[in-house]
Design a protein around this ligand. Sequence first.
Ligand code: HEM
Length: 330
Amino acid sequence: MNFRTSTAFPALVAMGLVGLHAPAMAQSQPTEAIVETMRTLSGKQKARPSGAKGQCFTARFTPAADAAKLTKSAAFAKESAAIVRFSVGGGNPKVADATKTVNRGLSLRIDPNGPGQSEFVMVNAPVNFVRSPAQMLAFLQARLPGADGKPDAEKIKAFTEANPETTNQGKYLASKPVPGSWVGQNYWAIHPYTFTNAQGAQQIVKFRFVPQGGEVGLTDDEAKAKPADFLVDELKGRLADKKPTGFDVVAILGNAADAQKPATEQWTDEDKRPTVKVATLTITGLEKNETCDGQIFDPTTLADGLAGPKNDPLFVERQPAYAISITQRN
Ligand code: HEM
């Protein structure tokens, strides 16, 4: 099925599940096959095939004074309400919260239905596990079960040797302790974004959400002692005790060369780059999951004054992929 030419597309637009500006270039992209393979690998559950386990929260997004120097976006002009979904990586809604080998997700919708509505879908690693939709499909297909119903280790090994950069995110996660709190992680939006200010000046940036309460990691023994589900209670406890639940939203300043870097690699000296704090995000309370499950978090939804990499299929294909996925999980 070609999702954009399908009779479903106008209905999906009408239901607000996808934006009208879905570019035509994606006809050649394997998006439908990716979502189908993700769903096959996660047992075709009525859940997201990525970030299946998660919880919805209310939040507040507060622009910093320096933001206006970089952007005219309404999202960074005044304080607004926000919706956040924290998740645990993978397609298993029952995955244990202390699982070390999967990422943690932070999906954000700033100023829902307001002039500043902007969305970010981030993970707690500065790089993605693939550089393109085509590589993503090959990565997933290499992991499909063989005739014996088990993944074929030789096939995965051959794929990994031919695509060594697909181990970068896993190596980063392995180098960090098991996350002890959803608000005790750094999150990155990975893609290069472009800010435009009121004078028309543009700046390439990479977003990093830095936990105000510092990183919270568990030792392996502490992780072993944790129940399968603890992250929701941990955050509810912080909210009750008025402990830090916020993030500094930091823009790492980049250039045109950085914007050409694949998503599997960090920018050169990324952690030593000049940065600008452009906002704070504060988790304010628990929200019913229907609020987060009834609509996709679409990283291409950005208020004017901020744009994603329109020529990068990895960025562009996320919207149709998420839109297909929601029709198959609800
Ligand atoms: C930098 C690249 C990417 C990152 C950081 C990322 C991260 C995430 C996160 C955090 C979620 C959970 C979303 C939620 O909480 O609702 C998610 C869901 C998903 N991702 Fe991605 N993703 C990336 C690229 C892609 C691409 C290129 C595809 C396929 C072409 C894809 C397919 C999916 C699908 C199908 C879902 C489930 C969406 C839903 O059912 O609402 N992702 N991703």
